[in-house]
Design a protein around this ligand. Structure first.
Ligand code: CDT
Length: 304
Protein backbone atom coordinates (compact mmCIF):
# COMPACT_ATOMS: atom_id res chain seq x y z
CA UNK A 1 0.00 0.00 0.00
CA UNK A 2 1.36 3.43 -0.88
CA UNK A 3 0.77 5.67 2.12
CA UNK A 4 1.25 9.43 2.51
CA UNK A 5 1.93 11.22 5.77
CA UNK A 6 0.51 14.73 5.37
CA UNK A 7 2.38 16.82 7.90
CA UNK A 8 0.82 20.20 8.66
CA UNK A 9 2.62 23.37 9.57
CA UNK A 10 1.15 25.49 12.35
CA UNK A 11 -2.51 26.45 12.51
CA UNK A 12 -3.06 29.74 14.32
CA UNK A 13 -6.11 30.43 16.43
CA UNK A 14 -7.45 32.98 13.95
CA UNK A 15 -7.19 30.59 10.99
CA UNK A 16 -10.61 29.64 9.64
CA UNK A 17 -11.56 25.95 9.26
CA UNK A 18 -12.28 26.54 5.58
CA UNK A 19 -8.71 27.74 5.01
CA UNK A 20 -7.27 24.79 6.92
CA UNK A 21 -9.35 22.43 4.79
CA UNK A 22 -7.86 24.09 1.68
CA UNK A 23 -4.40 23.13 2.96
CA UNK A 24 -5.59 19.56 3.53
CA UNK A 25 -6.96 19.51 -0.01
CA UNK A 26 -3.62 20.66 -1.45
CA UNK A 27 -1.89 17.80 0.37
CA UNK A 28 -4.56 15.39 -0.85
CA UNK A 29 -3.89 16.42 -4.46
CA UNK A 30 -0.16 16.02 -4.03
CA UNK A 31 -0.73 12.59 -2.50
CA UNK A 32 -2.77 11.55 -5.51
CA UNK A 33 -0.10 12.82 -7.89
CA UNK A 34 2.53 10.82 -6.01
CA UNK A 35 0.56 7.60 -6.21
CA UNK A 36 -0.70 7.30 -2.64
CA UNK A 37 -3.94 5.53 -1.80
CA UNK A 38 -4.15 6.52 1.86
CA UNK A 39 -3.35 9.93 3.38
CA UNK A 40 -2.75 10.41 7.11
CA UNK A 41 -3.34 13.85 8.67
CA UNK A 42 -2.22 14.85 12.20
CA UNK A 43 -4.00 14.94 15.55
CA UNK A 44 -6.49 17.85 15.84
CA UNK A 45 -5.82 18.67 12.20
CA UNK A 46 -8.56 21.28 11.82
CA UNK A 47 -7.60 23.76 14.54
CA UNK A 48 -4.75 25.11 16.56
CA UNK A 49 -3.74 22.88 19.50
CA UNK A 50 -6.25 24.55 21.83
CA UNK A 51 -5.42 22.60 25.04
CA UNK A 52 -2.55 25.06 25.45
CA UNK A 53 -5.04 27.57 26.83
CA UNK A 54 -7.12 27.62 30.00
CA UNK A 55 -10.65 28.51 28.90
CA UNK A 56 -13.80 28.73 31.02
CA UNK A 57 -16.35 29.92 28.48
CA UNK A 58 -18.01 26.75 27.18
CA UNK A 59 -18.94 28.39 23.88
CA UNK A 60 -15.31 29.34 23.34
CA UNK A 61 -14.26 25.73 24.04
CA UNK A 62 -17.00 24.26 21.87
CA UNK A 63 -15.83 26.29 18.88
CA UNK A 64 -12.86 23.92 18.59
CA UNK A 65 -15.06 20.80 18.47
CA UNK A 66 -16.85 19.09 15.57
CA UNK A 67 -20.41 17.97 16.24
CA UNK A 68 -20.68 16.15 12.92
CA UNK A 69 -18.17 14.53 10.59
CA UNK A 70 -18.31 15.52 7.86
CA UNK A 71 -19.80 18.88 8.70
CA UNK A 72 -20.28 21.79 6.31
CA UNK A 73 -16.62 22.84 6.50
CA UNK A 74 -15.11 19.35 6.26
CA UNK A 75 -17.42 18.02 3.55
CA UNK A 76 -15.18 19.36 0.74
CA UNK A 77 -12.39 17.13 2.05
CA UNK A 78 -14.62 14.05 2.03
CA UNK A 79 -15.99 14.91 -1.42
CA UNK A 80 -12.60 15.51 -2.98
CA UNK A 81 -11.03 12.40 -1.44
CA UNK A 82 -13.91 10.32 -2.83
CA UNK A 83 -13.51 11.96 -6.25
CA UNK A 84 -9.79 11.17 -6.20
CA UNK A 85 -10.37 7.65 -4.88
CA UNK A 86 -8.25 8.28 -1.77
CA UNK A 87 -8.74 7.10 1.77
CA UNK A 88 -7.66 9.32 4.64
CA UNK A 89 -7.26 9.46 8.39
CA UNK A 90 -8.21 12.71 10.12
CA UNK A 91 -7.70 13.83 13.71
CA UNK A 92 -10.26 16.22 15.23
CA UNK A 93 -11.95 17.23 18.47
CA UNK A 94 -15.25 15.35 18.64
CA UNK A 95 -18.33 16.43 20.59
CA UNK A 96 -21.00 13.74 20.58
CA UNK A 97 -24.75 14.32 20.44
CA UNK A 98 -24.98 13.46 24.15
CA UNK A 99 -22.25 15.92 25.09
CA UNK A 100 -19.11 13.77 25.42
CA UNK A 101 -15.83 15.20 24.17
CA UNK A 102 -13.00 13.15 22.73
CA UNK A 103 -9.71 13.61 20.89
CA UNK A 104 -10.60 11.46 17.89
CA UNK A 105 -9.23 9.98 14.66
CA UNK A 106 -11.44 8.75 11.87
CA UNK A 107 -10.38 6.47 9.03
CA UNK A 108 -12.37 7.19 5.87
CA UNK A 109 -12.26 4.85 2.90
CA UNK A 110 -12.00 5.79 -0.77
CA UNK A 111 -15.80 5.88 -1.08
CA UNK A 112 -16.03 8.53 1.64
CA UNK A 113 -17.33 6.18 4.34
CA UNK A 114 -15.99 6.29 7.90
CA UNK A 115 -14.70 2.75 8.54
CA UNK A 116 -12.84 3.03 11.86
CA UNK A 117 -12.91 5.46 14.75
CA UNK A 118 -10.42 5.81 17.57
CA UNK A 119 -10.71 8.05 20.66
CA UNK A 120 -7.44 8.93 22.40
CA UNK A 121 -6.85 6.95 25.56
CA UNK A 122 -3.58 8.35 26.99
CA UNK A 123 -4.47 11.98 27.63
CA UNK A 124 -1.31 13.80 28.75
CA UNK A 125 -0.92 16.97 30.75
CA UNK A 126 -3.20 18.25 33.51
CA UNK A 127 -6.78 19.25 34.26
CA UNK A 128 -6.28 22.36 36.38
CA UNK A 129 -4.87 25.74 35.48
CA UNK A 130 -1.12 25.83 36.17
CA UNK A 131 -0.21 29.51 35.74
CA UNK A 132 3.54 28.88 36.20
CA UNK A 133 3.66 27.19 32.78
CA UNK A 134 4.45 29.30 29.69
CA UNK A 135 1.60 27.38 28.04
CA UNK A 136 -0.88 24.83 29.34
CA UNK A 137 -1.44 21.21 28.28
CA UNK A 138 -5.07 20.73 29.30
CA UNK A 139 -6.08 17.58 27.46
CA UNK A 140 -7.27 16.12 30.77
CA UNK A 141 -9.64 19.10 31.08
CA UNK A 142 -11.08 19.21 27.58
CA UNK A 143 -11.30 15.51 26.68
CA UNK A 144 -12.59 12.32 28.23
CA UNK A 145 -10.54 9.12 28.05
CA UNK A 146 -11.48 7.30 24.85
CA UNK A 147 -14.07 4.56 25.19
CA UNK A 148 -13.33 2.44 22.14
CA UNK A 149 -10.09 0.67 23.04
CA UNK A 150 -7.74 0.26 20.08
CA UNK A 151 -9.86 -1.35 17.38
CA UNK A 152 -8.37 -2.47 14.07
CA UNK A 153 -10.02 -3.14 10.75
CA UNK A 154 -9.17 -4.68 7.42
CA UNK A 155 -8.57 -1.85 5.00
CA UNK A 156 -7.46 -2.33 1.41
CA UNK A 157 -5.61 -5.57 2.19
CA UNK A 158 -4.02 -4.37 5.45
CA UNK A 159 -4.95 -4.71 9.11
CA UNK A 160 -5.09 -1.04 10.15
CA UNK A 161 -5.29 0.59 13.58
CA UNK A 162 -4.87 4.10 14.96
CA UNK A 163 -3.52 5.87 18.00
CA UNK A 164 -2.97 9.52 18.82
CA UNK A 165 0.12 11.41 19.92
CA UNK A 166 0.92 10.57 23.56
CA UNK A 167 -0.38 7.03 22.96
CA UNK A 168 2.77 6.41 20.91
CA UNK A 169 4.94 6.54 24.01
CA UNK A 170 3.16 3.60 25.68
CA UNK A 171 4.04 0.05 24.60
CA UNK A 172 0.54 -1.16 25.57
CA UNK A 173 -0.91 0.93 22.74
CA UNK A 174 0.91 -0.99 20.05
CA UNK A 175 0.66 -4.36 21.78
CA UNK A 176 -3.14 -4.25 22.01
CA UNK A 177 -3.20 -3.66 18.26
CA UNK A 178 -0.35 -6.12 17.72
CA UNK A 179 -2.47 -8.81 19.34
CA UNK A 180 -5.08 -8.12 16.67
CA UNK A 181 -2.48 -8.58 13.93
CA UNK A 182 -2.04 -4.91 13.08
CA UNK A 183 0.10 -4.16 10.03
CA UNK A 184 -0.33 -0.39 9.72
CA UNK A 185 -0.69 2.04 12.63
CA UNK A 186 -1.84 5.55 11.73
CA UNK A 187 -0.77 8.15 14.25
CA UNK A 188 -1.06 11.94 14.38
CA UNK A 189 0.69 14.14 16.92
CA UNK A 190 1.12 17.69 18.31
CA UNK A 191 4.27 17.62 20.42
CA UNK A 192 5.54 20.83 22.01
CA UNK A 193 9.34 20.70 22.03
CA UNK A 194 9.40 22.44 25.40
CA UNK A 195 8.08 20.28 28.23
CA UNK A 196 7.64 22.73 31.12
CA UNK A 197 7.77 20.15 33.98
CA UNK A 198 11.07 18.69 32.67
CA UNK A 199 12.89 21.19 30.41
CA UNK A 200 16.07 19.11 30.64
CA UNK A 201 14.33 16.65 28.28
CA UNK A 202 13.60 19.25 25.59
CA UNK A 203 16.68 18.53 23.47
CA UNK A 204 15.58 14.88 23.25
CA UNK A 205 12.06 15.53 21.93
CA UNK A 206 12.92 14.36 18.42
CA UNK A 207 14.83 11.33 19.67
CA UNK A 208 11.98 10.23 21.95
CA UNK A 209 9.45 10.67 19.16
CA UNK A 210 11.27 8.33 16.83
CA UNK A 211 12.38 5.98 19.60
CA UNK A 212 8.75 5.35 20.60
CA UNK A 213 7.48 4.80 17.08
CA UNK A 214 10.43 2.67 15.98
CA UNK A 215 10.17 0.45 19.06
CA UNK A 216 6.40 0.10 18.62
CA UNK A 217 6.82 -0.81 14.96
CA UNK A 218 9.57 -3.38 15.50
CA UNK A 219 8.15 -5.05 18.61
CA UNK A 220 4.78 -5.51 16.92
CA UNK A 221 5.96 -6.13 13.37
CA UNK A 222 3.91 -3.30 11.96
CA UNK A 223 4.28 -0.20 9.82
CA UNK A 224 3.81 3.04 11.76
CA UNK A 225 2.89 6.29 10.04
CA UNK A 226 3.57 9.17 12.45
CA UNK A 227 2.34 12.58 11.31
CA UNK A 228 3.05 15.89 13.02
CA UNK A 229 1.43 19.23 13.26
CA UNK A 230 4.67 21.15 13.35
CA UNK A 231 6.26 24.57 13.62
CA UNK A 232 5.59 27.69 15.68
CA UNK A 233 1.93 27.72 16.62
CA UNK A 234 0.80 30.66 18.74
CA UNK A 235 4.37 31.05 20.02
CA UNK A 236 4.74 27.36 20.89
CA UNK A 237 7.23 25.27 18.87
CA UNK A 238 5.81 21.92 17.80
CA UNK A 239 8.04 19.05 16.74
CA UNK A 240 8.04 17.99 13.08
CA UNK A 241 9.98 14.94 11.92
CA UNK A 242 6.91 13.07 10.68
CA UNK A 243 8.10 9.60 9.81
CA UNK A 244 7.04 6.37 8.18
CA UNK A 245 8.56 3.43 10.07
CA UNK A 246 8.92 -0.09 8.70
CA UNK A 247 8.29 -3.28 10.73
CA UNK A 248 12.08 -3.57 11.01
CA UNK A 249 12.01 -0.37 13.05
CA UNK A 250 13.78 1.55 10.29
CA UNK A 251 12.57 4.98 9.24
CA UNK A 252 11.91 4.84 5.49
CA UNK A 253 10.65 8.41 5.01
CA UNK A 254 10.91 11.53 7.12
CA UNK A 255 9.76 15.13 6.81
CA UNK A 256 12.52 17.71 6.63
CA UNK A 257 10.54 20.89 7.28
CA UNK A 258 8.13 22.14 9.94
CA UNK A 259 5.54 23.20 7.38
CA UNK A 260 2.90 21.50 5.27
CA UNK A 261 4.86 18.61 3.76
CA UNK A 262 3.93 15.29 2.25
CA UNK A 263 6.10 12.22 2.62
CA UNK A 264 5.23 8.99 0.86
CA UNK A 265 6.31 5.38 1.26
CA UNK A 266 5.38 2.05 -0.23
CA UNK A 267 4.41 -0.01 2.80
CA UNK A 268 4.99 -3.63 1.81
CA UNK A 269 2.81 -5.69 4.15
CA UNK A 270 4.97 -8.76 3.49
CA UNK A 271 7.62 -7.08 5.60
CA UNK A 272 5.30 -7.50 8.60
CA UNK A 273 5.01 -11.21 8.01
CA UNK A 274 8.74 -11.77 8.23
CA UNK A 275 8.79 -10.46 11.79
CA UNK A 276 5.36 -11.77 12.82
CA UNK A 277 6.43 -15.32 11.95
CA UNK A 278 9.88 -15.26 13.56
CA UNK A 279 11.12 -12.99 16.35
CA UNK A 280 7.64 -11.67 17.14
CA UNK A 281 5.60 -14.79 16.66
CA UNK A 282 3.34 -13.91 19.58
CA UNK A 283 1.55 -17.27 19.76
CA UNK A 284 4.87 -19.07 20.10
CA UNK A 285 6.87 -16.78 22.36
CA UNK A 286 4.63 -14.59 24.53
CA UNK A 287 4.13 -15.57 28.19
CA UNK A 288 0.97 -13.73 29.30
CA UNK A 289 0.77 -15.73 32.53
CA UNK A 290 3.73 -13.59 33.64
CA UNK A 291 2.25 -10.29 32.47
CA UNK A 292 -0.65 -10.06 34.97
CA UNK A 293 0.78 -7.00 36.71
CA UNK A 294 0.42 -5.00 33.53
CA UNK A 295 -3.37 -5.05 33.74
CA UNK A 296 -3.68 -5.24 37.52
CA UNK A 297 -1.46 -2.31 38.48
CA UNK A 298 -1.41 1.24 37.15
CA UNK A 299 1.37 3.06 39.01
CA UNK A 300 4.71 1.55 39.99
CA UNK A 301 5.00 0.24 43.58
CA UNK A 302 8.65 -0.40 44.44
CA UNK A 303 9.47 -2.90 47.18
CA UNK A 304 9.43 -1.61 50.78
N1 CDT B 1 -0.74 15.90 21.98
C1 CDT B 1 0.00 15.17 22.81
O1 CDT B 1 -0.40 14.11 23.26
N2 CDT B 1 1.22 15.68 23.13
C2 CDT B 1 2.06 15.06 24.10
C3 CDT B 1 2.78 16.10 24.85
C4 CDT B 1 3.18 15.58 26.15
S1 CDT B 1 3.65 16.81 27.26
C5 CDT B 1 2.30 17.10 28.20
C6 CDT B 1 3.06 14.07 23.51
O2 CDT B 1 3.24 13.01 24.10
O3 CDT B 1 3.69 14.36 22.49
Amino acid sequence: MIVAAAQLGPIQRADRRADVVKRLLALLHEAKARGAELVVFPELALTTFFPRWWMEDQAEIDAFFETEMPGPETKPLFDEARRLGLGFCLGYAEKTADGHRYNTSLLVDASGRGVLKYRKIHLPGHAEHEPWRPFQHLEKRYFEVGDLGWPVTRYSGAVVGMCICNDRRWPETYRVMGLQGVELVLLGYNTPIHHPPAPEQDHLAGFHNHLSMQAGAYQNATWVVGVAKAGREEGCDLLGQSAIVAPSGEIVAMASTVGDELIVARCDLERCRGYKETMFNFAKHRRPEHYRLIVERTGAIPPA
